[in-house]
Ligand binder design. Sequence first.
Ligand SMILES: Cc1ncc(COP(=O)(O)O)c(C=O)c1O
Length: 447
Amino acid sequence: MEIGAWSTQLEGEHHPLLRDPKTNLIARSEFMGLDAQVRLADGSRRQAVNFDSAATTPALSCVVDEILAQLPFYGSIGRGKGQKSTCSTEVFEDARAVVLGFLSAPADEYSCFFSGTTTEALNKLAGALIESPDDVVLVTRSEHHANDLPWRERAKMRYVEVDELGRLRMDEFAEHLADGKVKVVSVQAASNVTGYVHDVHAIARMAHAAGAIMVVDGAQIAAHRAFSMKGASPEEDIDLFALSAHKMYAPFGGGAVVGKTALLDAHVPRYRGGGMVDVVSDYDCTWLGAPELYEAGSPNFVGQVALARAITALEEVGFEAIQAHEQVLLRKALDGLAAIDGVRLYADSENISDRVGVLTFNVDGVDAAELAARLADDHAIAVRQGEFCAHPLCHRLLGISDDDIVAGMRTPGFVPPAMVRVSFGMYSTEDEVDQLIEAVAQIAGRA
Ligand SMILES: Cc1ncc(COP(=O)(O)O)c(C=O)c1O
């Protein structure tokens, strides 16, 4: 093994991934652990079905191969002068270019800084952009807590409501923006509860016309639909976008923000330490620019190499095929579940073209926690239950008022409301959807 005699797989020297002949997506054998057997309550074993990809995804083998290929050459990033350090730093910098390319972000306008999860990224952005408790932030009632609580802590909040099916009330953006006081608009690109894909470029146009910064929580779109930082016109361009690698088949702690360099340079994050400064005197310091300004501390090389390799895999497959497959699964699952007596589906089950592969439901007379446990223990099907870190949205879909929730919060022993979520990865199959429908029918029949 000789340093300098290798070239990184990030530069394109990887083997083509095996494809599923039916869907043309990456074959199931390329994902780690999809054939794992789990033990059921009756002691038997069965191959696990993972319908929890909206929470996190299994690793692609090529991502693990890439990490293993890089580790012999691992050295400190951006800090050392040894050969390994130089090599790792080059790979790390290449990874930024991969993320920028993935989001069609021109490198002369945008920077990519690495972070951990989307939660961490949005906290960093909130810490940097909000400079006074009087700053006003506009989010929606569809947001994951990651795109609500970090802003709530620091700024005055305004919220765009959802309608009875959980879709954003788009007309409310203009109303909230009319007085020109909103500093930041931050909206998810796709919901982790309803799966709705939001027209964040149209929202950006309204935000920019009112002088606001447009932030997008990209956690739920990144592995499901193509996304561009550029809109149809410059007014529609997104200013800042955050994603998590563990939702993109690269669960090694990576994540990134792509943002306008001038905007990032104009703020200083509260997350501080080595690597973000030029010079530090006894009582003062001068800051570096983006991306380093937002990357205090030693970087997660493995996580970001994994992210970049997962992105090249997603690009190899293409989002048209991913979207088409998710639509087939979603249609089949919604129709199958709707036909079962007692199943209550949330969000729009008729028009699903604006939904990624996420659905939520309940079964009358069966507690959501019990339903999820039975699916796992009796059928080896992994789903999520609860309110998916999007409580205000779930309360609306469930028809529960905020007053009732507040009263519940003050009542000892209060059990929060819940629903069950099924979410698909690109490896999910129609056969697995059939297993789900059969399992839910059995459980509902016994209710
Ligand atoms: C829409 C949305 N935003 C943000 C997050 C937070 O992502 P992470 O847990 O990777 O920080 C999630 C996670 O489920 C999500 O679905």
